[in-house]
Design a protein. Structure first.
Length: 321
């Protein structure tokens, strides 16, 4: 049995409509010409909080009953989901507790603190994050909103796929970054139900290849390192998400760190969008295997835009690297 259905994604779209942006699908003619395919960027970097995570967090928080909401919510996250859940809980006026690795991006830590929430810091491993979140859950009685292995979160993330298909009916390929797999599972559920002929391809850093290894072995593999530039893609693929990926995913492309750097710069220079390293991984996949995408109509999910600009604040200039 699938953890979510198209009906769940459509329900999520209605529920979160007052709380999220419908982000644009941005075309880039020079880059399309250079890579010999029609490229368009789903700019979730322009979403509330600068990432797609607003969708799943809002769906989970606003689906709670009044009694559940009184006890608040808790999660663990490298940053974007933490900030998204803090925002959603603030909008509903309920308590929120977030666990983050101590090496999380400073800009993501600051985003959580901006909502008046002090992160609970832990070691940068999946096991440490989950253990600290469980301790907080038991202490406060809050409802765990897992960053990806939660049906409500998965359904919320899948709403961006509804927008992509609606905005570009001719699309034939979607490339999605993968970490825990909540975004990818949501996108797969929506697209394969509406347009099964559309190819959905995962993009993953070679330094965080647990999803590729999990698909190959048929079981959940753990990450072997946590130092990829794409800090939002360091989590292990989920137990709920892996079966969805196994059933529906068309392909997975591993990308190297230098290609991620180049893709991040290219998105800024050519598409005029700010992408964090995790959000640039889909373009890195196209740059890695351009022949795979030649002549196709390709939607790239820019999952987030929370790039550290040297700690600058409003009215200041970014520091030089």
């Amino acid at each position: 049995m699938e953890p979510i259905t198209l009906a769940d994604v459509r329900t999520a779209a209605t529920r979160i409509a007052p709380h999220v942006w419908r982000t644009p699908l941005v075309a880039c003619e020079p880059l399309s010409a250079a890579l010999r395919c029609d490229l368009r960027f789903k700019a979730e970097s322009l979403q509330h909080g600068g990432a797609f995570k607003a969708r799943g967090a809002c769906n989970a928080v606003f689906a709670l009953s009044d009694d559940e909401a009184l006890r608040g919510v808790v999660t663990h996250s490298s940053g974007n989901h933490a900030a998204a859940l803090a925002r959603a809980a603030t909008r509903r006026g309920i308590p929120v507790y977030v666990v983050m690795p101590h090496n999380a991006s400073p800009i993501k830590l600051a985003a959580v603190r901006a909502y008046g929430v002090e992160p609970i810091l832990c070691e940068p491993t999946s096991e440490a994050r989950e253990r600290a979140a469980l301790e907080a859950q038991e202490r406060y009685g809050a409802r765990l909103v897992h960053p990806y292995d939660d049906p409500l979160v998965m359904a919320g993330q899948g709403t961006l796929a509804l927008e992509v298909i609606d905005d570009w009916p001719e699309i034939d390929t979607v490339v999605v970054p993968v970490s825990g797999g909540g975004l990818l599972a949501g996108v797969l559920t929506a697209i394969k139900a509406i347009r099964p002929e559309v190819q959905v391809i995962a993009a993953e850093p070679a330094w965080a290849d647990d999803t590729a290894r999990s698909l190959a072995s048929g079981k959940n593999e753990v990450p072997t390192r946590y130092d990829t530039l794409a800090d939002g893609l360091r989590a292990a693929v989920g137990k709920l998400t892996l079966p969805v990926l196994t059933r529906w995913l068309d392909d997975l492309i591993l990308v190297e760190e230098e290609t991620i750097r180049a893709a991040t710069r290219t998105i800024s220079a050519e598409a005029r969008l700010v992408a964090e390293y995790s959000g640039a991984v889909p373009l890195a996949a196209v740059m890695t295997t351009p022949e795979r995408f030649a002549g196709r109509r390709v939607g790239l999910v820019v999952s987030g835009g929370n790039l550290d600009m040297g700690g600058c604040r409003l009215g200041e200039s970014p520091r030089s690297a």
